[in-house]
Design a protein around this ligand. Structure first.
Ligand code: ADP
Ligand code: ZN
Length: 530
């Protein structure tokens, strides 16, 4: 039985040194480990890279029995099991990807007390026989990883997590530890309630990553800006570039290679061998840049990632913060760089509208997008904004973000905003439908075209009244109004339309304050397209 296991009852510091090879605990780790070893429940909020795994792995070793770890990502499970086995920990996973025989072996090992850690996908708990199986062994603890998945209002809800609350009733004496790297105060509350962790101790680490410099800039030509950013500021350094689609990933990787950057593509649509090769090169070689969809990065632990770049707008601050958190885990200076433009706002609003979620899901996605846009459009310290989003109040500006280092000038855009809204309303009302933002801008700038003549756009009273502003400035105004919910892009074609919030602006009761549109000059940029 497990009494032969050398770690049972051992001092956690010795286990840390002997099994994991570390000299000291970090942050809250030791307090968490001791609390769980003592049988207490815990809710752990710790940023990516903070060292959450050890918080349940050491108690799993020190307590009698097997630590059951519920983790949503099967791929990640295998990596963790492999890493633990290398360290001499008796770890295994149970999931539906395994053969019947493999599963039987693992089940047998569990029953006989030959496992320290057992990883389970949450949906296994509702599979027939799993609860009975667990009852036939001895459980040291339950660890619920990525606990924010229990939150319906979070960005990553998984219905299977709702069943995990029942563990408290079935095994009231087994300690439970819920862990996440992304919890707003709301999600934190939901984790506590839904997992029945009312009596748990809460360990909330600061989410601040002081060595990461946040930068967000308007997008003109994403690829040219990205190339300039990497070659100019991070030549020969390791980094991750996130893009929204597989096609963008491949095109961007190629463009970077053409510009002499050692870039590899990574997305779920590539053959497994190619993905593994990209990942291995990134981990083992110096200065490799991975261009990837968000499928990349979970469980990848590379300390010296010097930058994380987003060339498309992330869908939520939670996602953005988790992705940027992969930079600078070694504590040395690193950068989080994001380029976003009008097209991002239109595209994401449309994706939400045309998605297959119900009304509540769409509202939730809109809320997340709006928060992300408020960050981008805002003129306050990025770190103050981000930490506040995660419930941390911080009074002073950080001195290490674009806003602090180069404070944006504010521009009173009320008049151009009124001009734009009037144009949108007139083209709508008179059924001279202009669809894309570019066409409204052409009206305002009085750009003659066949279409303008045909549709008699040149007869509109707003024709040519906005020539004093550049196309880039106009695109900035459209983007800002969309971001602020004053304009919306409706339907499949993204027809611009004013919302209720447009009324006070049109009546002159509300001013539109926005960041001055900086025209970022990147090597090789020609057009002004966002
Ligand atoms: P998280 O799950 O919070 O993102 P991990 O558990 O994957 O973080 O840990 C991040 C990295 O930090 C890993 O490489 C891990 O081995 C390392 N680590 C964790 N705790 C310590 C410690 N006390 N001392 C040194 N390294 C640690
Ligand atoms: Zn700042």
């Amino acid at each position: 039985s497990s009494s032969r296991d050398p770690q049972v009852g051992a001092d956690p510091r010795e286990v840390l040194a002997e099994v994991f090879g570390y000299d000291a605990f970090r942050g809250d780790q030791e307090a968490i480990v001791r609390h769980v070893i003592g049988g207490g429940d815990a809710v752990v909020l710790m940023p990516t890279g903070g060292g959450k795994s050890i918080c349940y792995q050491i108690p799993a070793l020190v307590r009698e029995g097997t630590g059951i770890v519920l983790s949503p990502l099967v791929a990640l499970m295998h990596d963790q099991v492999a890493a633990l086995r290398l360290a001499g920990v008796r770890a295994a996973a149970l999931n539906s990807a395994m053969s019947l025989e493999e599963r039987r072996d693992v089940e047998q090992a569990y029953r006989e007390g030959r496992l320290d850690v057992l990883y389970l996908a949450p949906e296994r708990l509702s599979a027939p026989g799993t609860v009975e199986l667990l009852a036939q062994g001895r459980i040291a603890l339950f660890a619920i990883d990525e606990a924010h998945c229990v939150s319906q209002w979070g960005h990553d809800f998984r219905p299977d997590y709702l069943r995990l609350g029942a563990l408290a009733e079935r095994w009231p004496d087994v300690p439970r530890i819920a862990l996440t790297a992304t919890a707003t105060p709301e999600t934190h509350r939901e984790i506590t309630e839904r997992l029945h962790l009312q009596r748990a101790r809460h360990f909330v680490s600061s989410f601040d990553r002081p060595n990461i410099r946040y930068r967000i800039e308007p997008k003109q030509s994403a690829r040219a800006q990205l190339t300039a950013f990497i070659r100019g500021e991070h030549a020969e350094e390791a980094g991750i570039v996130y893009a929204l689609s597989r096609k963008r990933v491949e095109q961007t990787a190629k463009a970077l290679r053409d510009a002499g950057v050692d870039a590899v593509a990574y997305h779920a649509g590539l053959p497994a061998a190619e993905r593994l090769d990209a990942q291995t090169r990134f981990l083992r070689e110096d200065g490799v840049v991975v261009v990837a969809t968000i499928a990349f990065g979970m469980g990848i632990d590379k300390p010296d990632v010097r930058f994380v770049a987003h060339i498309d707008l992330p869908k939520s601050i939670e996602g953005y913060y988790q992705e940027t958190g992969r930079a600078g885990r070694d504590g040395l200076p690193a950068e989080a760089w994001l380029a976003y433009g009008l097209q991002d706002v239109v595209q994401q609003r449309q994706m939400i509208e045309s998605g297959d979620g119900d009304q509540a899901t769409r509202q939730n996605q809109t809320r997340h997008l709006n928060a992300m846009l408020a960050l981008c459009e805002g003129a306050t310290c990025r770190r103050v904004f981000l930490l506040k989003y995660f419930g941390e109040e911080r009074a002073e500006a950080c001195g290490n973000c674009d806003v602090c280092l180069d404070p944006p000038k504010l521009w009173d855009a009320t008049i151009p905003a009124q001009m734009l809204l009037s144009t949108v309303i007139r083209t709508e009302r008179e059924r001279r439908r202009t669809y894309a933002a570019g066409q409204h801008i052409d009206v305002l700038r009085g750009v003659p075209s066949e279409r303008a003549t045909q549709m008699r756009l040149d007869e509109l009273s707003t024709w040519g009244i906005g020539t004093e502003w550049s196309v880039a400035q106009w695109r900035g105004v459209v983007r800002h109004l969309l971001a602020a919910g004053i304009l919306e892009a409706r339907g499949e074609w993204g027809v611009l339309a004013p919302t209720e919030a447009a009324k006070p602006v049109l009546r002159g009761e509300e001013a539109v304050q926005m960041r001055e549109e900086v025209v970022v000059r990147a090597a090789g940029t020609r057009g002004g397209r966002a």
